[in-house]
Ligand binder design. Structure first.
Ligand SMILES: Nc1ncnc2c1ncn2[C@@H]1O[C@H](COP(=O)(O)OP(=O)(O)OP(=O)(O)O)[C@@H](O)[C@H]1O
Length: 235
């Protein structure tokens, strides 16, 4: 695969189950070694970055991530500030401000004192999203950020991503919900470990590539001003 993800845009990665979407995202994050080739972040080889510097620039939200269930939501979000903190140094007022802003942005502020393990799946996801936002990194990589989120919170997430991109952040997200993925600026379509298409999410060529990669089992339609992926159901 050879690709360049545009800075200051939101790119969604889509494709069938097992296509390699999460694997690609992990390689981009430096969490999996690329077997060959190289990955660059902001024009510099990923592994040439000093780890703390890289962690400040790259925020990560994984799929079904294990997290310390006995920590409060507030302390989980504060983990996102680790790259900004010195060894054994207490959190600064900037750290607390970033955590509060992130928890409020994901509407998780009200349960900041509750343990992560006591939250519902969607509530937990919003705290993990807040942890990624608290990093205040220019690049955010997210694997299934909408898992367990109800439709209003999915819409909130979309708005949040738009606001981040408007402020110059780069967002890359793996999404299974194609209609939501179609709201991105750009789309990477992956199948069987190969990049099948890379283009603007609103382009007809991207829509045809999507329909192909899902064996014609979906069709992209324009409904109420939005692109939607509708499944073909034989009745
Ligand atoms: N740790 C691993 N060890 C071995 N094989 C793996 C591992 N993780 C993933 N794979 C395999 O690599 C392929 C791609 O997996 P990946 O998780 O990247 O797919 P995906 O596109 O994200 O799928 P999904 O839509 O189901 O989440 C799959 O065939 C999977 O079984």
């Amino acid at each position: 695969m050879s690709l360049q993800i545009a800075a200051g845009r939101w790119t969604s990665i889509v494709g069938p189950n097992g296509a390699g979407k999460s694997t690609l995202l992990k390689v981009l994050a430096g969490l999996l070694p690329a077997r060959s080739g190289r990955v660059e972040l902001l024009g510099r080889e990923l592994h040439a970055w000093q780890r703390r510097e890289r962690a400040r620039r790259l925020a990560w939200l994984g799929q079904n991530e294990a997290a310390a269930d006995d920590l409060t939501a507030y302390d989980v979000a504060m983990l996102g500030r680790l790259p900004h903190q010195g060894w054994m140094q207490p959190a600064s007022s900037a750290d607390h401000a970033a955590v509060e802003q992130a928890l409020r942005a994901t509407q998780a502020w009200d349960w900041r004192e509750r343990a992560l393990g006591a939250l519902s799946g969607g509530e937990r996801q919003r705290v993990l999203l807040a942890r990624a936002l608290a990093v205040q990194a220019p690049v955010l990589l997210m694997d299934e950020p909408l898992a367990n989120l109800d439709p209003p919170h999915q819409a909130d997430w979309l708005q949040l991503m738009r606001a981040l991109v408007a402020r110059g952040h780069t967002v890359v997200s793996v999404l299974h919900e194609i209609s939501l993925a179609l709201q991105a600026d750009d789309m990477l379509i992956i199948d069987r470990g190969q990049l099948r298409h890379h283009g603007a999410a609103g382009d007809g060529a991207t829509h045809r590539a999507l329909e192909r990669v899902f064996d014609g089992r979906i069709a992209i339609h324009r409904v109420a001003g939005q692109w939607l992926a509708l499944p073909h159901i034989n009745v």
